[in-house]
Design a protein around this ligand. Structure first.
Ligand code: NAP
Ligand code: COA
Length: 273
């Protein structure tokens, strides 16, 4: 279920917005009347996203760019702004990830993920700054629980997303005076997405285990994340900046889920004082 907040006459640009969670965000703004631009690397993803967004009847544009390239990010932004004007909402969500133990990870593999997630977010922020509506723009980064919870086999993504969180806070400090709010969303496991396929597997058992760790006992949906993005971009969040907000059913609250049975066994085994 999506919340209802209008963004008529506004320009929303989503980097990495052609698939998954970021597409869900782009679509929510399109439904709410915004002109939406999506940017990612693959022409087929861009074309498909533009086609799907166009059914909502507002302005839609799509451009190919790799966020690792400062120049290509700038070119995409110039084209988008020429089409729909200054940016009211900017979302930086492009990311890459794969499972690999640090001792086996190549330097290029580490660099690839840090370049996409962290350097890419800087490139987006740095190039977009001139085009953000001042005052009034909202900049939303998509981070992940890996930014604060160390996770095996994800040295690259943990390091990169930790950087994204701090970049969010620094930009909130530096841009607040011009009326730009900067926040980040940290999604939990979102059903049907590439991230879940890559990191949790697709077996029923793996997915049940993932759900079991979430206090609300379900996977998140695209709408769960899109609703938070709509709220963050709206005047209702007008005093919210520099926040990294988990949207994860409470999943990041504990790293290990103990059972009462295990706790009972531990208590029985403990020395009686
Ligand atoms: P996804 O569908 O793979 O989305 C990633 C998007 O980024 C794609 O549109 C991809 O399109 C684009 N992209 C990748 N590399 C790029 C690059 N170098 N330059 C420009 N665009 C690039 O993954 P997702 O699972 O929905 O994840 C979306 C975001 O949510 C990510 O920031 C991820 O870290 C975060 N997140 C996801 C979950 C989850 O449960 N899925 C949980 C926590 C956080 P192209 O291939 O066309 O470039
Ligand atoms: N295990 C170990 N190393 C891997 C790997 C894996 N599963 N996948 C890629 N790598 C390494 C490659 O071997 C290469 O290193 P090398 O040159 O030393 O051999 C390096 O990572 C870069 O790989 P490449 O395929 O050239 O990168 P790319 O720029 O084309 O793609 C990725 C970037 C690797 C992050 C790719 O998975 C991607 O595009 N992901 C986007 C979608 C995604 O991850 N979505 C989920 C978001 S949570």
């Amino acid at each position: 279920m999506r919340i209802d907040l209008r963004f008529d006459q506004q320009h929303v640009l989503v980097f990495g917005g052609t698939t998954g969670i970021n597409f869900g965000i782009a679509e929510a703004f399109a439904v709410q009347g915004a002109s939406v631009t999506v940017v990612s690397r693959k022409p087929e993803n861009v074309a498909k996203a533009v086609e799907r967004l166009s059914v909502h009847g507002h302005g839609v544009a799509g451009f190919c760019a790799d966020v690792r390239s400062f120049e290509s990010v700038g070119t995409a932004l110039d084209s988008a702004v020429e089409r729909f004007g200054p940016l009211d909402v900017l979302v930086s969500g492009a990311a890459g990830n794969f499972f690999c133990e640090a001792k086996d990870m190549s330097a290029n593999g580490f660099r690839a993920v840090v370049d996409i997630d962290l350097v890419g977010t800087f490139n987006v922020a740095r190039q977009a700054y001139a085009h953000l509506r001042k005052p009034g723009a909202a900049f939303i980064n998509i981070t992940a629980p890996q930014s604060s919870i160390a996770m095996r086999f994800q040295a690259h993504a943990c390091a990169a997303k930790a950087g994204v969180d701090q970049l969010t806070r620094v930009l909130a400090l530096e841009w607040g005076g011009e009326g730009i709010r900067v926040n980040a969303i940290s999604p939990g496991p979102i059903d049907g997405t590439e991230g879940v396929k890559r990191l949790m597997g697709q077996t029923d058992e793996a997915l049940a285990q993932a759900v079991g760790r979430v206090p609300l006992q379900r996977m998140g949906t695209l709408d769960d994340i899109a609703n938070l993005a709509l709220f963050l971009a709206s005047p209702y969040a007008g005093y919210l900046s520099g926040a990294v907000i988990p949207c994860d059913g409470g999943g990041a609250l504990e790293s290990v889920k103990p059972t009462l049975e295990a706790a009972g066994r531990a208590a029985a085994a403990a020395p009686q004082l």
